[in-house]
Design a protein around this ligand. Structure first.
Ligand code: ADE
Length: 247
């Protein structure tokens, strides 16, 4: 999987992507991250990439030509997607991450300043993605959120102990709580069942905690889970939790 990131701040992308699991994935050639700076496609002394908006108003607008040229400099693979990071885009989530992880190449356009010249949208027709209903100073955090969440879904990226299967959202439920040594800390105890060595009971406890957390924190996800064709075991757990009325 290749990520080409159009950004005025390539060092932000490089720094993040050289650490931890993403850094390791790069070293293992599972992914390649290639930042491209639109300033490299300017011809004036100041390497200008933005200008004041026509019609007046605050802030600066990213100009067409450096962005078009930066995008056009990327060698497009067949199975690729062009994405613009913008607060006006569709909201990013786990489903989108799964979908994007099937691509061979993502080209991510990061904005900065007030916004993009509208003809960048019109001419390049990128898919527009937002990472949440708030405005960032630039698209880099969005691009990194995509690179990170997509990379960890690629086979071979996570060690077997880090498997994505148990992640929150993978199964449509939030993840169960985790504990490690010591068994008691400041009078807070690890639940006995986790120390019992009884794996059937441990699995049941974790499933129950997952369901409970989802019910308490994310009623939107819980509603989808409830309608998803519950297993016999899940129905028993729901009854125990009092979330399912006995008929
Ligand atoms: N650029 C500025 N705000 C953003 C957001 N919320 N998501 C993606 N890109 C952005």
């Amino acid at each position: 999987m290749r990520f080409d990131v159009i950004t005025l701040f390539p060092e932000l992308i490089e720094t993040y992507c050289s650490s931890s699991i993403i850094g390791r994935a790069q070293k293992q050639d599972l992914i390649a991250v290639n930042p491209i700076n639109p300033r490299d496609f300017t011809s004036d002394k100041h390497r200008t990439v933005d200008d004041t908006p026509y019609g007046g108003g605050a802030g600066m607008v990213l100009m067409c030509d450096p962005i078009f040229q930066a995008v056009e400099s990327v060698e497009r693979q067949e199975n690729s997607e062009l994405i613009m990071l913008t607060p006006q885009g569709e909201i990013y989530n786990h489903e989108t991450a799964k979908e994007l992880s099937k691509k061979d190449q993502l080209i991510l356009i990061c904005g900065h300043y007030e916004g993009f010249d509208e003809r960048i949208r019109e001419g390049l027709k990128p898919r527009e993605i937002s990472i949440g209903d708030y405005v960032l100073t630039g698209g880099e955090l969005g691009a990194l959120a995509i690179i990170d969440s997509v990379t960890r879904l690629l086979p071979g990226t996570l060690g077997k102990d880090e498997s994505a299967i148990h992640d929150s959202f993978f199964s449509g439920l939030l993840e169960h709580p985790h504990y490690t040594r010591p068994p008691e800390y400041r009078e807070m105890k690890v639940p006995d069942v986790l120390l019992s060595g009884n794996h059937k009971e441990i699995d049941k406890y974790r499933r129950k905690q997952s369901i409970k957390r989802t019910y308490e924190r994310r009623s939107d996800l819980f509603k989808i889970f409830e309608k998803s064709g519950l297993s016999k075991e899940d129905k028993i757990i729901l009854k125990e939790l009092g979330y399912l009325q006995e008929k």
